[in-house]
Design a protein around this ligand. Sequence first.
Ligand code: SAM
Length: 269
Amino acid sequence: MSEQPITERATMPKGYNPVLERRTVENANKNLLKYLKLGLTVLDVGCGSGAITRSIAEKTGPTGRVLGIDPSENLIRQADQNVGNLPGIFFQQADVYSFDTTEQFDLVTCARTLQWLAQPEAALVNMKRFVKPGGYLAILDFNHEKLSWTPEPPAAMRTFYDVFLQWRQDAGFDNAIADHLEAMMHHIGFESVTVEPQFEVSRRDDPDFSVTSRLWAEVAELRGPQLVQAGYITEDQRLQAIADYDSWIATIGESMTVYMLAIEAQQPV
Ligand SMILES: C[S@@+](CC[C@H](N)C(=O)[O-])C[C@H]1O[C@@H](n2cnc3c(N)ncnc32)[C@H](O)[C@@H]1O
């Protein structure tokens, strides 16, 4: 198989994605809880397979309207299939840069998506257009350079992780996007911007430590083949990273802290 074009690196691999599907507002986007109420209208940009979008729609109820957009045909199909009978929720295949509508929303949310964009500020400018006067734009994203493990992960996983960040950077993605968003929000015209830490900490004592700390083994499983195809690592190195990291989780792994920030602003009235 040949390497995909560099512009395609943000494309999610096909198939069921357990990382996306176990997310809810409560466990993965809790900065939104303060806004969500019955009847709210919400645009979820980069909604993936719609797990968080469904969780939003459960809170906005049948009188609300929640629209999830994502450029991946495959993920939008999964989102449509997974939605069941939940009222007030809709999905549309669309790209954040070119999405257009005359509709404006009480809340525009974009979680873990700007990290995959080479022009995040252009995306913010377009999203701002869809926020009602007095409504909110709420971004949640990573600084991958500030991820920490205790104790240090196995060398094979450290190598995989460092290569993953290099592969992302070479495609023009900002590994430290979370720490650059406050300035970008000011730059596009928001006056008052709030920044709230949303670190995701997995500790050995947590009942789901073996699932949540496994995030990077899952990235090596799901995204790793793209790095192999692009010649950044060998298939043996990828498999070694997964195996060694799984044994770190089973034996000496104590904690993993994923650095995330929620950056939010209100549209002037
Ligand atoms: C890590 S997933 C996040 C999904 C979900 N928001 C969450 O937090 O679980 C990133 C999503 O961004 C989407 N994406 C990539 N490029 C995009 C673009 N240009 N416009 C909108 N979404 C995009 C991907 O298809 C993917 O579903």
